[in-house]
Design a protein around this ligand. Structure first.
Ligand SMILES: [Zn+2]
Length: 153
C-alpha cells in the first residue's frame, strides 16, 4: 500500500502510486533497461522522482534484472547471428574475444557474457575488419632487435 505524500525532491508534486511498466532506466552496464512487468511504485506527479523503501527497491531491482538479462540475451544472439552471416566462425569469434572453444555456443544457449566479453563482441560487430586487423597486429608484434646503433636518449 502506497500512501500519497508530498515529494521531498521537488516540493511541488505528490508521490502517487504509478505503474512503472514500460519506463526505462539504467541497470548494470546498460543505460536503458525497460521495465517489462507491472510494478506499482510511488512516483512524483510533478518531477518524476520516486522514494522507495527496501521491498520496493528489491522489487524494482528484480524487475530490472529480468529485463536486463532478456535484453542482453537478445542482443548477444543478434550480434552473433550478424557475425555468422558475415562469415565469422565461432572459433574466430572465440579467438578474438579470447575465450575457450565452445563459449560462443554457450552464449547462443543463453549464457550472459560478462561486460568485458560483451564489449569485445560488440566491438567486433561494429568494426569487424578493423578489429580483426588490430588483433592480428597485436598477435604478430615482436619488439625489434637492437641494430647496434646508439639509442636516441
Ligand atoms: Zn517531485
Amino acid at each position: 500500500m502506497i500512501n500519497e505524500r508530498s515529494c521531498g525532491a521537488c516540493g511541488e508534486g505528490m508521490m502517487r502510486p504509478r505503474n512503472v511498466r514500460g519506463t526505462t532506466t539504467g541497470h548494470r552496464d546498460d543505460p536503458a533497461v525497460r521495465i517489462r512487468t507491472d510494478l506499482i511504485l510511488p512516483v512524483c506527479d510533478f518531477c518524476g522522482d520516486s522514494a522507495l523503501d527496501l521491498p520496493m527497491t528489491k522489487a524494482l531491482d528484480s524487475a530490472l534484472e529480468a529485463s536486463y538479462i532478456a535484453k542482453r540475451r537478445k542482443l548477444q544472439r543478434a550480434l552473433l547471428n550478424d557475425l555468422r552471416n558475415r562469415g565469422f566462425s565461432d572459433r574466430q569469434i572465440e579467438h578474438f574475444v579470447t575465450v575457450r572453444p565452445g563459449y560462443v555456443s554457450k552464449l547462443k544457449q543463453g549464457k550472459v557474457a560478462p561486460r568485458s566479453v560483451f564489449r569485445l563482441l560488440y566491438l567486433l560487430h561494429e568494426i569487424p575488419d578493423e578489429a580483426m586487423k588490430a588483433v592480428d597486429r597485436l598477435n604478430r608484434f615482436r619488439p625489434r632487435k637492437p641494430q647496434g646503433q646508439a639509442l636516441p636518449w
